[in-house]
Design a protein around this ligand. Structure first.
Ligand SMILES: Nc1ncnc2c1ncn2[C@@H]1O[C@H](COP(=O)(O)OP(=O)(O)OP(=O)(O)O)[C@@H](O)[C@H]1O
Length: 607
């Protein structure tokens, strides 16, 4: 791993950036039942220094993740105490900007390759004062450092557990954060990968960072690598000090680790109460004396390293990282990156694009065959009205259901990236819409055009354009409903609610019960149905605009609806205002999208 330290020239922080984490008397309570509260952290204090690799250890349920969540600001409700002299961690924006939190589950979009996702991270984190060439160099250097260069072109979904973990670290390293928190970075890794992972973290800590991670049961070799160990049991700290001091500390209270026994295992046994209940004694004892040894590992002298690297082609970038602090890109620049990313994701995820395109084409042909040639036949007007309703229902169902799943699936990645200051939610949300809406319009056009012409609707450009406009607006409305549901309930309840709400909207649309036949309360209620506006818009596109007569087939004795106005009168749609319907759909879309943004924001900020 010494190789790692030598290659990681860029990963050394400017001295001014070093940040220690000092926390005092942290308590954390969670609601337990109706009125009761459960105390998870019972007044813990400590100091994690820059340049050191710190491990938070303890048996399951000791409160490690709770402490980490509080120190990172991921969790702030229910917490009391001070962190770096700030009453509430969430109040310190600057502090938050300078730290990153790598969660236990590697939240990576599986469709992007390592180099693509690294490029995105760099473009989202480093501003215009870092040139594209320098960004490329930073990516290469970080990947070299973390041993990921050989799989640069592998997609994230195909990486091994260890590679995913290292990639999660690499993504956060590009902007050189002074503080890094990691929740169980070795979970799921074999012993060699765990050792590599901790060695990497140690090398990064030596660059001047404050690196804090939770760990379950490290091997003796890994345990020795930690500069500082913070051991928890039942929400209390029972040891804080260096790893070599552990056995001396324990023996000073009469707990002697057997020879050849892993000190880390023994420590966990003590914390779990296997050797008697020492939690209170040890927590008092841990407060009284410092068991921290001074960190003796050499910190590399950055200036000297530059001096010895004269012949390389890297100095310009190195200087930029050490002497110039990078600025953050503008939200507009981030928006452009996110739009490109969303398009790439849509292109790579063949189930959302290619498969849907094929399905819309096939269903368009099927509906076209089902209602074949009925649009210009006065004896089949009711069936043609059925075509309009089926079009509405199909477009709604195919837009609502995938949308319900959309954000719940993306939420973990979004939560991680937003928390680590990759972008603001509004930028992400705007980029999502800009990339998504054209795709929805494309699918809708594909289905509508095929079924419209196969069913012999009027071959008039303006009628078709009006018809298609309503279909597209309806698709986007239904998708907005799905997105909104996905942000307030889980996917199972979301699909159920989506289906129910749609059935309700169809009932009020004016087909199952004509508007003229509805009772007054339901007629008033029908104004909330976006399907009513869509259906009226479609009816007007086909039968409105002064359409005079519809031919009656020669073999039919009598056609009641040869004149479209007769039909419109009977279904209570004689006074349709097309632009009012379009306007209403537009207003509903804007309202639902804003509402979904608000509920998404709420959901992201709740834990
Ligand atoms: N929101 C919550 N509501 C109820 N109990 C909670 C909540 N958060 C944490 N706890 C409880 O607090 C205790 C500590 O949880 P925490 O996840 O911090 O433990 P841990 O040491 O990280 O455990 P593990 O190693 O198993 O992940 C556990 O008993 C857990 O059930």
């Amino acid at each position: 791993m010494s190789e790692v330290v030598q290659t990681a020239v860029l990963l050394h922080l400017p001295r001014s950036k070093k940040i220690d984490i000092e926390f005092e008397n942290i308590t954390y309570t969670v609601p337990n039942g109706r009125k009761a509260k459960k105390l998870i952290l019972k007044g813990v204090s400590g100091k994690f220094k820059s340049g050191e690799l710190t491990a938070i250890m303890g048996p399951s349920g000791a409160g490690k993740t709770s402490l980490l969540n509080i120190l990172t600001g991921f969790q702030s409700t229910g917490m009391k105490g001070t962190i770096n002299n700030l009453e509430k961690r969430s109040g310190s924006k600057q502090y938050k900007k300078e730290s990153c939190y790598i969660l236990q589950d590697d939240q990576l979009v599986p469709f992007f390759t390592i180099s693509e996702i690294m490029k995105m991270s760099t473009n989202l984190k480093l501003g215009s004062n870092v040139s594209p060439k320098s960004k490329e160099f930073i990516v290469d250097d970080v990947l070299d450092t973390l041993g990921l260069s050989s799989c640069k072109n592998t997609r994230c979904g195909q990486l091994s557990g260890g590679q995913k973990k290292r990639l999660s670290i690499a993504l956060e390293l590009v902007n050189n954060p002074p503080v890094m928190f990691l929740d169980e970075p070795t979970t799921g890794l074999d012993s060699l990968s765990s050792l590599q992972c901790i060695s990497t973290l140690k090398a990064l800590a030596r660059g001047g960072r404050t690196i804090v991670c939770t760990i379950h049961q490290p091997s003796a070799a890994i345990y020795e690598m930690f500069d500082y160990v913070y051991v928890m049991a039942e929400g209390l700290c029972i040891y804080k000090g260096s790893s070599p001091n552990t056995l001396t500390y324990l023996s000073s209270v009469g707990l002697n680790c057997p020879e050849y026994h892993n000190p880390a295992d023994y420590l966990i046994e003590v914390a779990s109460g296997e050797h008697g209940n020492f939690t209170d004694t040890l927590s008092q004892y841990a407060k009284q004396q410092s068991w921290r040894s001074t960190c003796t590992s050499p910190r590399l002298n950055i200036q000297e390293e530059f001096a010895t690297d004269e012949n390389s082609n890297k100095p310009v970038v190195q200087m930029s990282m050490t002497e110039v602090t990078h600025n953050s890109p503008t939200e507009w620049a981030k928006f452009v990156v996110l739009v490109n990313r969303a398009f790439l994701q849509l292109y790579r995820d063949w189930t959302v694009t290619r498969l849907k395109f094929v399905l819309h084409t096939v269903i368009g042909i099927f509906i076209g065959l089902f209602y074949f040639d009925i649009g210009n036949d006065a004896s089949k007007i009711i069936a043609n009205f059925g075509y309009l309703v089926v079009t509405c229902a199909y477009l709604c169902y195919t837009a609502i259901m995938p949308a319900v799943l959309r954000f719940p699936l993306e939420l973990p990645v979004l939560k991680k990236e937003r928390f680590n200051n990759w972008y603001q939610l509004k930028t992400y949300y705007a980029a999502f819409m800009v990339a998504d809406i054209p795709i929805q319009i494309l699918f809708c056009t594909c289905f509508t055009a095929i079924s419209y012409f196969m069913s012999s609707q009027p071959c008039e450009w303006d009628r078709f354009t009006m018809f298609l406009t309503v279909c597209c607006l309806l698709t986007i409305t239904a998708e907005s409903v799905g997105i909104f549901l996905g942000t307030i309930v889980n996917p199972i309840n979301g699909t159920f609610l989506g289906a129910i709400s749609l059935a309700f909207m169809i009932a009020l649309a004016g087909f199952l019960v004509f508007l003229t036949h509805m009772s007054k309360p339901f007629y008033i209620l029908s104004y909330v149905s976006y399907l009513r506006y869509a259906l009226q818009g479609l009816v007007y596109s086909i039968y409105g605009q002064g359409r005079t007569t519809i031919p009656c087939p020669e073999d039919t004795l009598y056609c009641h609806y040869t004149t479209p106005s007769v039909f419109l009168n009977e279904i209570g749609m004689e006074n349709i205002n097309y632009w009012f319907c379009v306007g209403m759909l537009f207003v509903i879309i804007v309202f639902l999208r804003l509402l979904a943004y608000y509920t998404l924001k709420k959901r992201l900020s709740s834990n």
